[in-house]
Write a protein that binds this ligand. Structure first.
Ligand code: FES
Length: 158
């Protein structure tokens, strides 16, 4: 099977630094994240340092350097959610999942991140799990959602 990163690089025949962002975007879409191996290949292709690539990519929040988990959990820490205790709920998710915000569990089941305002402030604190909004979140509801999700995961794996 063709290497997806090399296939993308082949489309950018001009070894021009200005191709860096479009290349990163294409890899992000195809792979879901920018792996160290991809950075290495881009570095060789465009003849620029890996440090430069990481520097540019880190500037844009759209680029991820780790694979995403099967389930995405986001909690809003915007002002309206924050004043209603979102931070404590975020810490509960971190404790239960054993990861920090912005990370993915080792088994690649869960990615957890914090965001700033999801545009549903009246429902705050808001948690979005796999694209579904859950409002008026509290620790008990968060634990129940996580248990349900963990249950689903175990059922699918068996
Ligand atoms: S501050 Fe959380 S949805 Fe707006």
């Amino acid at each position: 099977m063709a290497d997806p990163v090399q296939s993308i690089l082949k489309k950018f025949t001009q070894k021009d630094k200005s191709n860096l962002i479009p290349i990163l975007q294409s890899i992000q879409v195809k792979e879901g994240y920018i792996s160290p191996a991809a950075v290495e290949k881009i570095s060789k292709h465009l003849r620029i340092s890996k440090g430069h690539i990481y520097g540019v990519a880190s500037f844009f929040s759209q680029f991820k350097f780790n694979p995403s988990g099967r389930h995405s959990i986001k909690i809003c820490l915007g002002t309206a959610c924050h004043v209603r205790g979102a931070q404590i709920i975020a810490e509960e998710f971190e404790r239960e999942l054993g990861i920090k915000a912005g990370e993915t569990t080792q088994d690649l089941q869960f990615s957890f991140e914090t965001v700033n305002c999801l545009g549903a402030c009246a429902l705050g604190p808001v948690v979005v799990i796999d694209g579904k909004y859950h409002g008026q979140m509290n620790i008990g509801k968060a634990q129940a959602l996580l248990e349900k999700l963990l249950g689903k995961t175990e059922v699918k794996e068996s």
